[in-house]
Design a protein around this ligand. Sequence first.
Ligand code: SF4
Length: 349
Amino acid sequence: MVDLKTLAAAELEQFIVDLGLPAYRGRQIYRWMYALGVSEFESMSDLPASLRSRLEQVAFISSLTFKKSQESSDGTIKSLYQINSGKAIETVLIPDFDSDRQPKRMTACVSSQVGCAMDCSFCATGKMGFHENLSSGEIYDQVYGINQLAIERYGKSLTNIVFMGMGEPLLNFQAVCDSVQKISSKNGLAMAPRRITISTVGLADQIKKLADQSLKTNLAVSLHAPTDKKRSSIMPVNRKAKTDLRALRSAIKYYSEKTKRRVTYEYCLFKDFNDTTEDAVQLSEIAHWVPSKVNLIMYNPVDGVRFERSDEATVHEFVRELLKRRVRVTVRKSRGTDIDAACGQLALN
Ligand code: SF4
């Protein structure tokens, strides 16, 4: 039995053709699954009954099982889903409101893996270790579910998607690319790829490969420290020559030249570790490798992690140093901290 949700659009059409049927039947099934969220063949009313019963014998359509959700005092909602293997993942809806409390932006933070192998020392997901890759359908279903939730709860559909939940997206490369295609397809959610951001710990070869895909998504790189010494002490990935800052620089230059897109650096501020003037100066040098912007993130507490959040005066000074050096910088508000839904906190609690 084939799970049709794991197939990319072209693979689904091929599967249908291999059954001796015309390719357009594949496109019809695709639309039912992704635009309409249907997972039973019997509901696909424009397919002949004979085709539906044939499909029942050779294929099935998996879907995530919603388990529970928690809402933060700031409106952030964390949802727990069970995937097909029985394991669980978390997905977060982050609403932004204008001054009249009207919903302005609806961002989905989605997971690409169960757990993560990257073992960044400040991250709760890293402490779980790696368990399994999600299929493109499982990634898509998170987005579909969270879009429904955004409409039901806030009356507005998703405006942005970030691959910043559990896992390292570029280690589940094909499924992530296929899910982007499903999300942006007119027979899926028809969201513009420029509204989608893929975040990576900085896997240089994979960044180059992503640049070659012409997906038109945004790239965010989790930097978190401006030198090899500091970065290696909190992010094991940096200890390897093929993924240290030199390799990252070459990959980011390649990405920038190839895609002409601005790169975002995520930089979580840790008190007395990476928040000094010297750190800001070093970070500004990295920020000028290619056109970029720096997102400063206030650290969210994780059990068993030695770091503390930088104080406000230090953050202010850090921002001033960056601005002095013509770095585009934003300070990201912490969202959903009270329900462990903020950056680096997803660990199935
Ligand atoms: S920060 Fe991202 S890459 Fe690092 S361990 Fe956590 S989920 Fe993995």
